[in-house]
Write a protein that binds this ligand. Structure first.
Ligand code: HPA
Length: 245
């Protein structure tokens, strides 16, 4: 079964028929909210709002371990993350959709693993390719099938937040090779890999990152909501197509 973790701008799926909601407890605490079981077209899907249904949980306080564990318990095999990002690369301006292919982790103090020195022997997961190649290809094919342009490949820098970055930090991320910046890909992607859950993402560029494009002087928050609202319609169309495959 497929799960969708919705981020900022996607706390609901418009074309999603909810059949039941389930409050799940895990050994790692509570997920961000109830799991919503339903159908997208004819395809069974579980939806979870990463920041809670009232959008109250900031990126550094999301219980990523509980979220991914709860989805695994629900027999989820693939997770598509939808998350907004700031665009660093010139061609990744507000409203652009991106299917990232790499991650750099700048977060700190988050619970990043299920291996905590208990009875189970440690497994060092291979994370060379942090996103599942097959699920990425399916997302790209779904976008093409829906006639929606997405950028194929980007390096996602994960910052701690919740504040946005300084212009100098963005310069540094760019020197490191980052194309977009967000706050949630890690540890989410690594935890998915530890559980052998296929994981891929669609990122929506909400704004140019600090010091770039029309964010040269400051991030303009006024336009972000409208950008996300419009872009999420395209994301929903891609997800619907994904389910038809
Ligand atoms: N930085 C970090 N995360 C983000 C941004 C940003 O500029 N925009 C949306 N999520």
């Amino acid at each position: 079964m497929l799960a969708i973790i919705g981020g900022s701008g996607l706390t609901q799926l418009a074309n999603f028929d909810v059949i039941r909601r389930e409050v799940v407890r895990t050994p790692y605490g509570e997920p961000s909210g109830a799991l919503m079981f339903g159908t997208l077209g004819d395809c069974p899907v579980v939806f979870l709002a990463r920041h809670g249904y009232g959008h109250t949980i900031p990126p550094h306080l999301v219980n990523y371990r509980a979220n991914m564990w709860a989805l695994k318990q629900a027999k989820v095999e693939q997770v598509v993350s939808v998350a907004s990002v700031g665009g660093i690369r010139d061609d990744l301006g507000p409203g652009v959709l991106v299917v990232p292919d790499q991650i750099i982790d700048y977060t700190s103090g988050r619970k990043t693993t299920y291996f905590e020195g208990g009875e189970d022997p440690v497994r060092h997961i291979d994370f060379t390719q942090p996103y599942d190649a097959t699920l990425r290809s399916r997302l790209l094919a779904a976008a093409a099938g829906a006639g929606i342009v997405v950028a194929d490949g980007a390096v996602y820098a994960t910052t701690q937040g919740p504040r946005l970055e300084t212009a100098a930090e963005i310069n540094r991320l760019q020197r490191d090779g980052a194309d977009v910046v967000g706050m949630t890909a890690m540890p989410e992607a690594a935890l998915a890999r530890e559980l052998d859950t296929a994981y891929a993402a669609i990122n929506v560029v909400a704004n140019f990152a600090a010091g770039r494009g029309n964010s040269a002087e400051a991030i303009c928050f006024d336009s972000i909501e409208a950008v996300l609202h419009e872009a999420m319609q395209r994301v929903r169309a891609i997800l619907a197509k994904l389910c038809e495959q």
